[in-house]
Write a protein that binds this ligand. Structure first.
Ligand code: GPP
Ligand code: MG
Length: 290
């Protein structure tokens, strides 16, 4: 059955998009690294962490060590989302924000908690829409935080309707020129776009085997750093801040290697970051012009 977004037609337009949706619809069967962390405080994330872990979690009683690691990894993932939200600028309770690729909703709930405003999350995974809307009801914020089965490349939302938009590790699934064209359409003049992403480093030349391995693991297509800035510039989005978070995320990955929830991707991230072929970036940009 083809599901239509009433405003735009089919939500999944290509076989690649269908395969990405299938991955995230089937993922819950083998997803303890995200569900166990989410259970700590009810914020379920699909992104990584930043900041200095408290390494004392690795010492102390062995029977509770794994729980301490889980809590610490989750704290670093919350810190990453907080850092992203710090860059959305002046958001008022009457504003509207959009989460592009909203996953299980963690960053959207944190945004609503912080700003008190409406948040619309879009994802092409129907499982994620259901999970996140369930969380919204459970948290008593379903009137303000809503998740939609929509494609962030063609949301169907009204032009200039968003004060801010973010993508938290989701841009590696889409063409950046198509994405930023849609975001430029959705943002009000002076609105802010914030992106946290992993990108390949143009300076090191072609993509490394670790970056290719990460792509294969998640079924994504990591973009070079340069492509972000070309696609932003082409779409009336002017960077106001760029932060290289690579050094800040390495300790998260080191701690994750010590968790029984480790998935095997940890050493690829560590190699890619340490050899310099991959970077973890925050980019904040303003919507300018007509
Ligand atoms: C997944 O987070 C994030 C992605 C699949 C995007 C890829 C990100 C890059 C920076 C390349 P997750 O929390 O679902 O992954 P995991 O299950 O490994 O924790
Ligand atoms: Mg995760």
């Amino acid at each position: 059955m083809t599901i239509l977004n009433p405003a735009t037609g089919p939500v999944l337009r290509t076989s690649y998009q269908k395969s990405v949706a299938a991955y995230w619809n089937d993922n819950p069967n083998d997803d303890r690294v995200n569900t166990k962390l989410g259970e700590v405080d009810g914020l379920y994330h699909h992104h990584y962490g930043i900041g200095d872990p408290d390494l004392s979690v690795l010492t102390g009683p062995e029977d509770t060590r794994q729980d301490r690691i889980v809590k610490e990894l989750h704290r670093l993932e919350n810190a990453q989302a907080d850092f992203l939200l710090d860059h959305l600028g002046d958001v008022r309770a009457g504003d509207r924000l959009m989460d592009g690729g909203s996953g299980r909703g963690g960053t959207s709930f944190m945004a609503n908690q912080r700003f008190g405003c409406q948040v619309d999350g879009v994802t092409i995974s129907e499982y994620q829409v259901g999970f996140a809307n369930g969380q919204a009801s459970h948290r008593g914020v379903a009137d303000k935080v809503r998740f939609h089965f929509r494609n962030m490349l063609e949301t169907g939302f009204e032009p200039a309707s968003m004060r801010g938009i973010w993508t938290n590790e989701t841009t590696m699934y889409v063409d950046l020129f198509d994405l930023f064209r849609e975001f430029a359409r959705l943002l009000e003049p002076g609105g802010r776009y914030v992106c946290i992403t992993g990108c390949s480093n143009d300076v090191t030349g072609g993509r490394s085997s670790s970056v290719s391995w990460i792509d294969a693991h998640y079924g994504c297509m990591i973009h070079p750093r340069s492509e972000y800035f070309r696609a932003l510039a082409d779409n009336h989005l002017v960077p106001v801040e760029v932060t290289d978070l690579t050094a800040a995320t390495i300790p998260y990955w080191e701690l994750r290697t010590k968790s029984e929830l480790a998935t095997g991707v940890e050493k690829r991230f560590l190699t890619a970051y340490q050899e310099g072929s991959f970077q973890y970036l925050l980019i904040a940009a303003d919507r300018v012009g007509g």
